[in-house]
Write a protein that binds this ligand. Structure first.
Ligand code: SF4
Length: 339
């Protein structure tokens, strides 16, 4: 064990450290450094033991007599990384979950427009929503359009661009290839969400000249270690579900869904901001936002479940919110990625 420790050193877990037990492995998460690392399951037993009052070395050695050497190496490793601290450490990192905002956050509000959509309605919805929610991105969903209707997108971008979004973007699905004629829109937005086919056909040639960011749908649905995120917000969402709807989609009929690709789960309607507020407080919305990875088949056995942002709409059974995802190649029972 670390030579700087004496038997009276009190050892405790750094409060920014969380851990998660899977079937085969454990995951240790440092939420302040946004780092995570897969660990042997034994580390979880040590962390569980240390999670109460601080313990000294003698107590730890007595508790894990049979695994003494192994536990000593875990202690050394955890100390080296600052994940457990001793009573003599002066500079413990003390960020707590309370640093997380208590606002309801809607990462992306998706709105489908056509030539009939009232921009006055759109403004009222956005301004009204913001009284109780932080809305980060506004994404217009492209529908079948004529050139005339394209003007409503330009007007909508113009009307909403002063409302302080991180970005205003377009969501384009595979059937919208006639959008080539709408290229004028692209210079007015910051973000395009599309499939790889659309990107290949219409965007890849000139992207260096463009200012917008392209997000491919396959990237959103990519489940891999380099896509996982490790911070307080994501952690809380994976553990308890989100505080509000992570995204919202309003279609041409003012029907509200959790996402444009989640059309089988209607939450309510948004003809007025009052109606939208009622929709957001509905039991259907509450159930959806509380789907944590702990409840989802397959994910509940996975050590990555507190860093994995795979959306609810990737599930295999549209009728069952807790059915396993269709797009994940990790086998938590074997602890292996399957290609
Ligand atoms: S099993 Fe679930 S939590 Fe684990 S990596 Fe796959 S989608 Fe993410």
């Amino acid at each position: 064990m670390n030579s700087s420790l004496n038997k009276n050193s009190q050892i405790q877990i750094n409060p920014v450290v969380k851990w998660c037990k899977g079937k085969r492995h454990a995951l240790i998460m440092d939420l302040s450094k946004q780092r995570f690392q897969q660990m042997p399951l034994g580390v979880v037993y040590l962390l569980d033991y240390l999670s109460g009052k601080p313990k000294n070395i003698t107590q730890i050695q007595n508790m894990f007599q049979k695994q003494r050497e192994q536990v000593s190496s875990y202690v050394d490793y955890l100390i080296e990384n600052g994940w457990i601290t001793t009573s003599s450490d002066k500079n413990q990192d003390r960020h707590e979950e309370s640093s997380t905002s208590t606002h309801r956050v809607i990462q992306s509000l998706y709105v489908k427009l056509d030539g009939q959509t009232s921009l006055e309605w759109l403004s009222r919805i956005i301004v009204g929503l913001r009284k109780h929610n932080v809305v980060k991105n506004l994404i217009f969903v492209i529908s079948e359009q004529s050139d005339l209707e394209r003007l409503s997108y330009l007007d909508a971008i113009d009307t909403t661009s002063t409302l302080g979004f991180q970005s205003i973007g377009l969501f384009i699905t595979a059937n919208d290839y006639y959008l080539e004629s709408h290229r004028a829109l692209f210079s007015n937005i910051e973000l395009i969400i599309c499939d790889s086919d659309f990107k290949e056909r219409y965007l890849s040639k000139n992207t260096e000249d463009e200012s917008y960011k392209i997000i491919e749908l396959s990237d959103i649905l990519d489940v891999s270690v380099n896509r996982f995120t490790c911070d307080f917000f994501s952690y809380q969402k994976c553990v308890d579900g989100s505080k509000g709807m992570e995204s919202l989609y309003i279609d041409l009929n003012k029907n509200v869904y959790p996402h444009p690709l989640e059309s089988s789960y209607k939450l309510g309607q948004a003809h007025t901001i009052e109606q939208l507020e009622t929709t957001l407080k509905s039991s259907k919305a509450n159930i959806y936002q509380k789907v944590s990875k702990n409840k989802v088949a397959k994910c509940r056995d996975c050590e990555y479940r507190f860093v994995c942002q795979n959306p609810v709409w990737s599930r295999s059974d549209r009728e069952d919110l807790y059915s396993e995802p269709t797009n994940c190649n990790y086998n938590p029972i074997k602890g292996r990625w399957i290609n």
